[in-house]
Design a protein around this ligand. Structure first.
Ligand SMILES: [Zn+2]
Ligand SMILES: [Zn+2]
Length: 443
């Protein structure tokens, strides 16, 4: 039977739609941004490793009641701030931060029976509903560090040091701003005093504060309305209301920071977005000149009541989180030069179909031998492949052409000197090893 021409054959219709737009506050991280992410993630990894934190992975989704209970004192705020959904009648929320989940996991898995303190970190996407603003992401990435089971001021200082060194080593100028919110005793005293002050100034404060501060007077401290800013100067200061224990704790933290030469600024109006903090709270903010507003890239503090709040035994703890997108934005606006990653040891190239087939096998052999190796198997021209090798800053290039396929040899080219020599294929690996050692010695 004669075959019908292709265009006459019936074919399945591909249905198309207009490309869907993205959800507000989400973004694609494109390959062009990869160098920033690689650089930052490597620095985070090295901090985790050097300061001995061990990874924990908690779910992205938790019961709404967890965050509703831990994060906000003000009723209704969790509903406005969190991404919530109903799962078969159960209200759940996408995590806006990791610390509440870590505390929940600490209780669930009886981690209290382990050797304290536990140093752990979480890393991943977080979600906040909130208002949509041009530079505000509703899905963002955080690396958060927690030290659970130790109330000593040295722990607060250690966390500040980890955060500061992590951001500072990226090439960013930041300052540490800190405050103490006190304990359940002095925080209550302070809160009463601030509440009294706000009542006496009720006519002068902004409408938003008039509403919010009856439940939580501390919200006044974060208000940026000019009316409230003016009144803030005469308002009671947290540090003046600290009990002896909390004051000593704060001073010990500051002594450690002085000793470690970490620049800091005490700011008694600093409070954090989430309400579980007590004693030390801190933020790392970019240092800006002129009109530019500084950006908080990391923040945290002590949360000695959180484990108890989620049904566990009273356990002191502290932590901080770094916002990775914010750091990357800052790296870009400050034009921080990203160090080029070291080039691969070997870049493999091929000419002709047979060589292309064989080079895959050889590529895997090189990987097994622990070389860092790269290749581009979609390019046919040697020139194009060599251009990539040069761009990647490869140390050696292996060239497999038709002649080498027949003779079971391979060409080894040193990209520094440009010299290339032929080697039997089984002898080239020890040769590269030897030359890499020599290169390292010379470097
Ligand atoms: Zn206190
Ligand atoms: Zn206000």
């Amino acid at each position: 039977m004669p075959r019908r021409k292709k265009e006459e054959q019936p074919q399945e219709e591909i249905k198309t739609i207009k490309t869907p737009s993205m959800i507000d506050g989400t973004k694609d991280v494109m390959p062009s941004e990869a160098k920033y992410w690689d650089f930052l993630e490597n620095q985070v990894r090295s901090a985790i490793h050097d300061y001995s934190f061990i990874r924990m992975r908690t779910p992205v989704v938790e019961k709404f009641e967890l965050f509703n209970h831990t994060l906000f004192k003000q009723p209704g705020l969790a509903d406005r701030e969190l991404f919530t959904l109903i799962d078969k009648g159960l209200k759940v929320a996408l995590r806006p931060e990791a610390t509440s989940s870590v505390a929940r996991a600490f209780v669930k898995h009886n981690m209290i029976n382990q050797t304290m303190p536990i140093k752990t970190y979480c890393w991943g996407p977080m979600f906040r509903q909130g208002k949509v603003a041009p530079n505000k992401l509703r899905q963002f990435t955080q690396a958060s560090f927690e030290i659970i089971g130790d109330g000593a001021p040295a722990i607060d200082a250690e966390l500040i040091v980890v955060a500061y060194n992590l951001v500072h080593n990226l090439g960013l100028d930041v300052e540490v701003i800190l405050n103490s919110l006190g304990c359940v005793v002095c925080r209550l005293e302070y809160s009463k005093s601030l509440s009294g002050y706000l009542k006496s100034k009720r006519a002068g404060i902004c409408a938003d504060c008039r509403k919010k501060t009856t439940k939580d007077p501390l919200k006044f401290l974060t208000c940026t309305n000019p009316k409230c800013l003016r009144l803030k100067e005469d308002a009671p200061q947290t540090v003046d209301w600290l009990c002896d224990e909390c004051r000593n704790h704060l001073f010990r933290v500051l002594e450690y920071l002085d000793e470690l030469k970490i620049p800091y600024r005490l700011d008694s109006s600093l409070v954090r977005t989430f309400d579980y903090y007590n004693k030390t709270v801190f933020e790392l903010r970019s240092i800006e000149e002129g009109e530019n507003e500084s950006v908080a890239v990391a923040g945290g503090g002590r949360y000695d009541y959180l484990v108890e709040m989620v049904g566990g035994e009273s356990t002191p703890a502290a932590g901080f989180a770094v916002g990775l997108e914010r750091v990357i934005n800052l790296l870009k606006t400050k034009k921080v030069e990203i160090p080029k990653p070291a080039g691969p040891d070997v870049f493999v190239t091929q000419i002709g179909e047979q060589a292309r087939q064989q080079i895959y096998t050889f590529f895997e052999i090189l990987r097994k031998e622990k070389f860092t190796v790269k290749g581009n198997f979609s390019k046919a021209s040697l020139k194009a492949q060599l251009d990539i090798a040069i761009k990647l800053n490869a140390k050696f290039v292996l060239i497999l052409g038709q002649k080498e396929v027949v003779e079971n040899t391979i060409l080894l080219r040193d990209l520094d000197s440009g010299i290339q020599e032929v080697f039997p294929r089984d002898r080239v690996i020890p040769e590269i090893k030897k030359r890499l050692r020599e290169k390292r010695k010379r470097a």
